[in-house]
Write a protein that binds this ligand. Structure first.
Ligand code: A2R
Length: 316
């Protein structure tokens, strides 16, 4: 089986490539020119790399003709919520037009390929603000530009599946964490601050935003296992939540990081780190994913945090 991973220069790409190689896929992965694909941990084997800007329609067609994939994982995105407010049109171009151009190119060149569109738990937005976990039947009510574009991608995927009988599945990934994630994400940020304190680079204070918010965190290695399981066993035309199924307060994660760190750390609230309209709790209902694929998260939070702390301790 041949897999094409589009947008593999980001956080998830290298992990997904490794997972697919270990399942004996022949992998081709794309990145933006100037980017590199980072494999964290032990590389499981070789793969082919190509440059692709998803805004270049002709380049997508050439790549598909050349690689003839059985399965396509579409990771390429403008994935920053903050940047989506600053550059809404660019975010829409990459996340919506890029998706449409990809689906059109697949329809013309490799119409029977399975496509996994990677969306986000952010799509639920205000609809996730409820006591119970959010399942795939809940109507999304996105709260930012990024989330709107990912919800548009989801709807376009369903439309192409119904209209052209294409083999498209959408995923809504909730917060994922792991070594190599940029420190603009909360857990990576806390671990980096703790590692910098241990290394004597910072005063022994971690600066934090809203610690009361509860979020659903999954290790990226479990997330990519879910993507591969969905590609193997998921149902065409469906949407799957990918998360741990359990929201935990950010404060308890910070306590754990302080416990795992060798430094004596105090906590300071920084108003600049608060986000407007933070939803108090976001939790994924993962019943559908479990039922259809048998997937369940395996990596405990403590192991993820230990690995992220080690990553920042050794970061050059
Ligand atoms: O924004 P950059 O320079 O980090 O590049 C990102 C890349 N990308 C593009 N690829 C092709 N054509 C474009 N016009 C284009 N613009 C941006 O897609 C980055 O290398 C990759 C997406 O990776 P990350 O932003 O690190 O996302 P991550 O955490 O790997 O998540 C994968 C997917 C994304 O669709 C997220 O929205 C979703 O999972 O949660």
């Amino acid at each position: 089986m041949k897999a094409l991973v589009i947008g593999a220069g980001g956080f998830v790409g290298g992990y997904l490539i490794n997972e697919l190689i270990s399942r004996e896929y022949e992998v081709c992965a794309t990145k933006l020119p100037g980017e590199s694909i980072k494999i964290f941990g032990e590389a499981k084997g070789d793969f082919r790399t190509e440059d692709l800007d998803i805004l270049d329609e002709n380049a997508i067609i050439s790549l598909l003709e050349d690689t003839a994939p059985d399965c396509i994982f579409h990771l390429a995105a403008q994935s920053s919520v903050a940047l989506s407010w600053k550059m809404p049109a660019l975010t829409a171009d990459i996340n919506i037009k890029g998706c449409i151009d990809l689906l059109e190119a697949v329809r013309k060149t490799v119409p029977s390929a399975r496509i996994i569109l990677i969306g986000s738990g952010e799509e639920y937005g205000h609809s996730a603000n409820r006591e119970e976990a959010v399942n795939e039947t809940v109507l999304p009510d996105p709260g930012n530009i990024y989330a709107v574009t990912k919800y548009a991608q989801n709807m376009i995927g369903r439309l192409y599946c119904r209209s052209y009988d294409m083999d498209i599945i959408s995923v809504r990934a909730f917060n994922h964490i792991g070594p190599g994630q940029l420190p603009k994400f909360v857990i990576s940020d806390f671990c980096k601050q703790a590692a910098d304190i241990e290394l004597g680079r910072n005063e022994p204070v971690i600066r934090v935003g809203n610690l009361a918010a509860k979020r659903d965190f999954t290790d990226v290695r479990d997330v990519v296992r879910a993507y591969a399981d969905i590609a193997a066993k998921g149902r065409k035309g469906e949407t799957y939540n990918v998360g741990s199924g359990k929201a935990i307060p950010i404060s308890s994660i910070l306590d754990k990081i302080c416990e795992l760190s060798s430094a004596q750390i105090s906590i300071e609230t920084d108003s600049a780190r608060f986000r407007p309209n933070d939803v108090p709790k976001i939790e994924a209902d993962i019943t559908k994913l479990k039922t259809d694929t048998g997937w369940a998260p395996r990596i405990e939070l403590e192991r993820s945090l230990t690995d992220i702390l080690d990553y920042w301790r050794n970061y050059r």
